[in-house]
Design a binder for this molecule. Structure first.
Ligand SMILES: [Zn+2]
Length: 300
C-alpha cells in the first residue's frame, strides 16, 4: 500500500512538474509576428520564426526544415502583401497542411488586416520589385500593430476556444501597455518630425508616416534592385539642394551603399534594427520601437 501511494505520488509530481502544454503550434514568417503571438498567447502558444532579423524576408530559401515546421503548424502568420511570395506558397504547398493555406483559419496575413501604403493600381516589371497590394512592411507602425493585435487575438480564440479567458486577458494587458508606450515614443520622437531621411529600401514607409518623417530618397534605384553609381550621383545632387539628416539601413542590408553615399555627402549612417533581434537590446516589439527611435535621435 505504501509503495502504491509513493508511486501514485511520484506520478502526480511528474504531472505537476510538466509545464502547460502549448495548445497552438505557430509558424511565423518573421520575428515580429512570432513576438506578437508570444505577447498575445503566452504559454498557450509555441512559436517558431522562420527568419531572423539578419535575413532578408523578401528572399528566403524554402528549405525542407521549414516545410516540416509548416506541416506541424496550427497557425501560419506572415506579413503578406506579397513579401514572402518567393518562398511561402512553396512551403504551404509542400507541407500538405490544408489548415494553413490561404483562406483557411490557420493562415493569418498581417498586412491584409490594415490599410497599406504604396499601393499601385498598375504594376509592371519596369517598376522593380513593387507589388500591387502595397508596401508589406506594416509592422513598423505601432498603430497598425495594435489593429493587427486585435484581429490576431480573435483568431487565436477561434483556433483555441479553450484559452479564450487567457487570450482576452493578454490582449487587454497588451493594449494598455502598448498605448502607454506609443505616447512615450511619440514624445521621444518629436525632434524627428519634419526631418528628411534617406532609406536603403522602403521598409520605413510606415514608421516615417507615423512620425512625420520625410523619405529623402532610397539607395535602391527601384525597389529590390541594387544601387548603381549613377543613382548615388543623382542622390548626391538632390541632397545638395535639400540635405538629409541621416541615411538608414537595416541589419539585413549591406551597409556598403549607405557608407558610400555618406562619404559623398557627409551625412551620418545609422543601422536600425528592422525587427525583433535586430540588435542585442531588441528583445520584443516594445524594444524595437524604443531602440529604433533612440538610434535615430542619437544621429540628429
Ligand atoms: Zn520590401
Amino acid at each position: 500500500m505504501k509503495k502504491i501511494t509513493s508511486i501514485l505520488f511520484s506520478v502526480l509530481m511528474m504531472f505537476a512538474a510538466t509545464p502547460v502544454l502549448a495548445a497552438l503550434n505557430v509558424f511565423a514568417c518573421e520575428p515580429e509576428w512570432a513576438s506578437l503571438v508570444d505577447e498575445l498567447g503566452g504559454e498557450r502558444v509555441k512559436t517558431y520564426s522562420a527568419t531572423t532579423a539578419f535575413q532578408d524576408p523578401h528572399h528566403i530559401e524554402a528549405r525542407p526544415s521549414l516545410i516540416a515546421k509548416v506541416r506541424n503548424a496550427d497557425l501560419v502568420i506572415c506579413s503578406g502583401a506579397e513579401l514572402e511570395t518567393g518562398w511561402l506558397p512553396l512551403l504551404q504547398r509542400q507541407s500538405g497542411n490544408a489548415n494553413v493555406l490561404p483562406g483557411a483559419t490557420g493562415y493569418f496575413e498581417a498586412a491584409a488586416m490594415v490599410e497599406r501604403l504604396d499601393v499601385h493600381t498598375q504594376v509592371d516589371r519596369s517598376m522593380g520589385d513593387v507589388h500591387a497590394s502595397g508596401n508589406p512592411h506594416v509592422h513598423l507602425d505601432p498603430r497598425r500593430i495594435l489593429q493587427i493585435a486585435k484581429k490576431l487575438s480573435a483568431r487565436l480564440i477561434e483556433l483555441d476556444p479553450q484559452g479564450e479567458v487567457i487570450y482576452q486577458q493578454r490582449i487587454n494587458d497588451f493594449k494598455t501597455r502598448w498605448q502607454q508606450s506609443m505616447k512615450q515614443w511619440q514624445q521621444q520622437a518629436a525632434p524627428l518630425k519634419g526631418k528628411r531621411i534617406v532609406v536603403h529600401h522602403r521598409d520605413w514607409v510606415y514608421l516615417f508616416d507615423w512620425l512625420g518623417v520625410d523619405i529623402a530618397g532610397a539607395l535602391e534605384p527601384k525597389p529590390g534592385l541594387p544601387t548603381t553609381v549613377g543613382h548615388l550621383v543623382n542622390l548626391k545632387q538632390s541632397l545638395a539642394a535639400k540635405p538629409a539628416a541621416m541615411i538608414v539601413h537595416t541589419t539585413y542590408q549591406s551597409p556598403r551603399a549607405a557608407n558610400r553615399l555618406s562619404q559623398m555627402t557627409a551625412t551620418p549612417v545609422v543601422e536600425l534594427p528592422y525587427t525583433v533581434g535586430g540588435s542585442e537590446e531588441v528583445k520584443d516589439l516594445f524594444g524595437l520601437f524604443e531602440i529604433t527611435i533612440k538610434k535615430m535621435k542619437d544621429a540628429l
